[in-house]
Ligand binder design. Structure first.
Ligand code: PHE
Length: 343
């Protein structure tokens, strides 16, 4: 009888029910009135008195083991059954949880306006080298933008003529250089992306922010084309009747350079806190590509001319939604983000 119990114990321990029915079959086989255990208890009556205690213990142990196995495996079927009934994976989703970030909304709206004008989206790496961020854009070697205070350097391996520093790009103008390197004319790109500057975080500045760069190079591109394109963008984005003005400025890679202002969309140009009572707010830098920049990328400036512009996405979003603290974009406070659910 001892061997028999041992054998059954080994048998039941290796049992694994693959269905509820199989488990029930198992129960009937061992624990029902006509099952193996009942049979064993009948046999038990014939066991010699001196063996009874030990056999009785072993028999009860076997019975309990079988009951445990059934209980344990029963649980599995219960949970999977529950999951099956509650979760119908074929049902359509009725509502998306969450919402798009305001910066994503603004970026894609701006992209769409320029895409309709024939611009294509281009990208470049966030971890860049000195050449693409500064040198190829005519920043002299001692330009303050390169300074540790403005640029996050990753490694510095200066060599004589071609600096090979690895750094986080401080503007998306590096994508201009990468687009010009491809040398496929005409170039008409819009380059949205994240940029990094070593600035103290405040309501108006952050060390990580976003820009959208534009570059158009073709035959006969003029400053008039630049003005008309940006004027069109402003009418589309801030509404018909928004005024624009261009002020002379300086960027190492554009000549002529300008800063573009729009009439303050908050007070309508009459003067408020946002526009510091001037009626105007600055939204981007722009200009005609410096011929030397084209030359450096083997583009003949006698044949081709171009314009470039660059704007800060946070700045545009702050004006559009009247947000007065730039830090809100990065805090991920649900009370802020939820306001853009339907935007
Ligand atoms: N890259 C400039 C900046 O970050 C903006 C700019 C882009 C100016 C393109 C002119 C042309 O300030």
């Amino acid at each position: 009888m001892k061997e028999k119990i041992e054998k059954i114990l080994a048998e039941v321990k290796s049992f694994h029910a693959d269905s509820k029915e199989a488990l029930e079959q198992f129960r009937i086989q061992y624990l029902s009135k006509k099952g193996t255990i009942t049979e064993l208890f009948t046999e038990f009556k014939q066991v010699a008195p001196e063996m009874r205690k030990e056999m009785g213990m072993r028999l009860n142990e076997l019975k309990n083991t079988i009951q445990d196995i059934i209980d344990e495996q029963q649980k599995q079927f219960e949970t999977t059954n529950e999951a099956k009934t509650d979760l119908d994976l074929t049902l359509p989703v009725d509502a998306m949880k969450g919402s798009r970030h305001p910066l994503s909304i603004v970026r894609s709206e701006i992209e769409d306006i320029f895409k309709r004008l024939g611009f294509v989206v281009a990208e470049g790496p966030e971890v860049e080298d000195d050449y693409h961020v500064f040198a190829a854009l005519n920043f002299p070697p001692d330009h303050p933008a390169r300074d540790m205070q403005d640029t996050f350097f990753i490694s510095k391996e200066p060599s004589e003529n071609k600096p090979t520093d690895v750094l986080l790009r401080t503007h998306t103008s590096s994508v201009q250089v990468r687009a010009m390197e491809t040398n496929k004319m005409p170039i008409r790109i819009i380059a949205p992306g994240r940029v990094f500057r070593n600035e103290a975080i405040s309501a108006r500045a952050h060390c990580i922010f976003h820009q959208i760069e534009g570059l158009y190079i073709d035959k006969n591109v003029s400053f008039a084309d630049l003005k008309q394109t940006l004027y069109h963008f402003v009418q589309e984005y801030f509404g018909e009747g928004t005024k624009v003005r261009f002020r002379p400025s300086y960027f190492p890679f554009t000549e002529t350079s300008a800063e573009m202002d729009i009439s303050c969309n908050i007070c309508g140009g009459t003067g408020c806190n946002i526009c510091k009572h001037t009626g105007w707010v600055e939204i981007m830098g722009c200009g005609i590509c410096d011929p030397n920049i084209l030359k450096a990328s083997n583009i003949d400036p006698e044949e081709y001319t171009g314009y470039a512009f660059g704007m800060g996405v946070e700045r545009i979003a702050m004006l559009k939604y009247q947000i007065n603290d730039l830090r809100m974009f990065f805090e991920n406070d649900l009370r802020f983000l939820e306001q853009f659910e339907n935007a």
